[in-house]
Design a protein around this ligand. Structure first.
Ligand SMILES: [Zn+2]
Length: 246
């Protein structure tokens, strides 16, 4: 008995040290990942702004992180944002510690992550042609097979609600339940990705499709691919990866 009692504390000590090392290692890895994502949020916001997808200070970018997300701050030009300015917002909407104010659209970013646990990045734009269609209440049907990059057979317009409102967050979440991109009435577009580059690329593709569709509409009523064909395209995109293009 006394022998066992002696052994236990000796055995316990190195384990405790190991645990401490392990948690320190985990914390360091978490910090590294946070810094990587903060930099990527800044890079993505800059790339979005420079490619003309978000005129003025419109648009915003976020990445899922820990029990919340990292999102661009409100009221700053993308040229002046540094990784430190990116704001962590917890899943309950709280902004812990002393941080900048998050983008006014933080609610629909969180709602998008709740609706799509498989997605980890959000890019929201006021890109010209997406806005034109969103203001006309025109969804993008399967006028071109590339519409399937959205993960479905069309890119719908979700109903308008005041920017920054919970109602808008709910509208966006229901629009994204079974697709990765949609238009927001009288507002803009939103695109999801597993990574930030993927979400940005989808936002670009949505704008390209919106521009093409606007031009098609100017000629006359568009011809639309049948749903059965779009299902084949969706299957092909799944097996070749979303970026496959013919
Ligand atoms: Zn907006």
């Amino acid at each position: 008995m006394s022998k066992r009692a002696k052994v236990r504390p000796d055995k316990g000590k190195p384990e405790k040290g190991k645990d401490k090392k392990k948690s320190l290692k985990a914390r360091k890895a978490r910090d590294r990942e946070e810094l990587r994502l903060r930099k990527l949020v800044v890079e993505t916001a800059l790339a979005m702004s420079r490619s003309g997808l978000s005129p003025g200070r419109s648009g915003n970018v976020s990445a899922r992180f820990s029990d919340g997300m990292l999102i661009t701050p409100t009221g700053m030009s993308y040229e002046e944002i540094t990784p430190r300015d990116v704001v962590f917002v917890a899943t309950d909407g709280s902004v812990p510690g002393k941080q900048r104010k998050p983008s006014s659209e933080w609610q629909f970013h969180l709602a998008a992550y709740r609706a799509r646990p498989d997605m980890s990045a959000v890019v929201h734009t006021h890109s010209l042609h997406a806005v034109v269609l969103a203001c006309a209440g025109r969804s993008i049907p399967a006028f071109h097979y590339m519409v399937a990059v959205s993960g479905n057979i069309d890119i719908p317009v979700v109903p308008y609600a005041t920017f920054g409102s919970e109602k808008l967050a709910n509208n966006v979440a229901s629009g994204l339940a079974d697709r990765q991109a949609c238009l927001i009435a009288h507002h803009g577009s939103i695109a999801l990705g597993r990574t930030l580059p993927e979400a940005l690329e989808l936002a670009r593709e949505v704008e390209v499709l919106a521009e093409q569709y606007t031009k098609v509409l100017s000629i006359g009523p568009p011809a639309v691919l049948p749903e059965s064909e779009m299902q084949i395209v969706l299957e092909q995109f799944k097996s070749y990866g979303q970026r496959a293009q013919g």
